[in-house]
Design a binder for this molecule. Structure first.
Ligand SMILES: Cc1ncc(COP(=O)(O)O)c(C=O)c1O
Length: 364
């Protein structure tokens, strides 16, 4: 027994978050050069960021100076975009970071967090790290949230309810009246709108009417800034103050601030790309539907979940990876034999469908 005896016992057997694959790590392991890998495994933006971001970053003169820890300018910019007053806004280095921050603000050891599974795994990951107890409420067979079951799962120790809208990895949205029924319980509710620009569904205008409604957003998806790490939330002002008080100073890099500023100058361009991705999602859905061995689920986000009806999802994932196409596979109790495919550019869909047709033909 060495250093292990000093590690928190509740984290001794902790299974971390299985993140997406970086193409660099596949050098020599796939049949195509790394530069030709088609990355459809992390719901990133295939068009990348606004060209103005690259230009502004190249020209920025003061990376040697710390950014404003109070986020003054950033909060104003984000408030303008979200159409709400700046005192509601808190930003951080990715919305994942805000999930963690919220949990650290509310959850003590033994407190409960309700998760509508299957859903985004970071909610489990951070709850566990905070010492919270996960209470999992099953979605129905079309992945709709079971509102009655969520309400029945609430106890005196419930501190947070997570609702991803649209949900990752299933892609479906929750009707607003259902969200409000949960908010009306008074328990703090986090509505994660990471894919808002693709779904058009939001409860942000309602945040100022409730003291327990929080909304998370990100620049990773619609604005193509996943690699720069910038997310934000819209909170009741009291909660925003507490979150700012416990946030690590300088958590948002100057580069991220510059990137937000430039992205918001170029919303029309970026939303044009979002439109193209939505159109591609619909074409991808139609093409996947023609394959007998896959069952795609309708999605309001920038990805599509498919049940693998014939064969193993893991094997399919491996075959696609060998051919240089990265997707995500799931093989766990609530998602047995599924793959999730991000919507890419038209040529990505073409390449993917070609390989999937081959797989269908060769497996009979
Ligand atoms: C539902 C959901 N929330 C949050 C995130 C994380 O986004 P960020 O890159 O801002 O940390 C993701 C990313 O996949 C997501 O799917």
């Amino acid at each position: 027994m060495g250093i292990e005896r000093l590690i928190r016992p509740d984290l001794a057997n902790f299974s971390g978050y299985s993140a997406s694959t970086s193409p660099d790590t596949l050098e020599g392991k796939v049949e195509v050069p790394v530069e030709s890998i088609i990355k459809l495994d992390a719901n990133e933006n295939p068009y990348g960021c606004s060209p103005g971001v690259n230009q502004a970053l190249a020209a920025y003169p003061s990376f040697g100076v710390y950014p404003d820890a109070g986020q003054t300018k950033l909060r104003k910019l984000l408030a303008g975009y979200a159409n709400i007053a700046p005192e509601h806004i808190v930003a951080s280095s990715g919305s994942n970071r805000l999930i963690d921050l919220i949990l650290r603000l509310f959850v003590e050891a033994g407190d409960e967090v309700i998760n509508c599974v299957p859903t985004f795994d970071i909610y489990r990951f951070s709850t566990r790290i905070c010492g919270g107890t996960l209470v999992e409420v099953l979605r129905d067979e079309d992945f709709a949230v079971n509102i009655k079951a969520v309400k029945a799962a609430i106890t005196k120790r419930t501190k947070i309810i997570f609702l991803a809208n649209p949900n990752n990895p299933t892609g479906n949205v929750i009707p607003q009246k259902d969200i409000l029924e949960i908010v009306d319980t008074g328990v703090p509710v986090v509505v994660d709108e990471a894919y808002y620009e693709f779904s058009g569904e939001t409860v942000v205008p309602l945040v100022s009417q409730y003291e327990n409604l929080m909304v998370l957003r990100t620049f990773s998806k619609w604005a193509g800034l996943a690699g720069l790490r910038i997310g934000y939330g819209i909170f009741p002002p009291k909660i925003a103050d507490y979150l700012l008080a416990i946030e690590m100073p300088y958590s948002i890099s100057m580069a991220a601030l510059v990137a937000v500023q430039e992205s918001l100058k170029d919303i029309d361009y970026l939303m044009g790309r979002v439109k193209a991705i939505i159109a591609e999602r619909e074409r991808l859905f139609a093409e996947l539907k023609k394959l007998r061995f896959l069952k795609p689920y309708p999605s309001q986000a920038n990805f599509i979940l498919c049940a693998v009806l014939n064969g193993e999802a893991r094997e399919l994932w491996q075959k696609l990876q060998n051919r240089g196409i990265l997707v995500r596979y799931f093989d766990k109790p609530l998602l047995r034999n599924f793959i999730r495919i991000s919507a890419g550019k038209p040529e990505h869909t073409d390449a993917l469908i070609r390989v999937l047709r081959e797989v269908e033909e060769t497996s009979g």
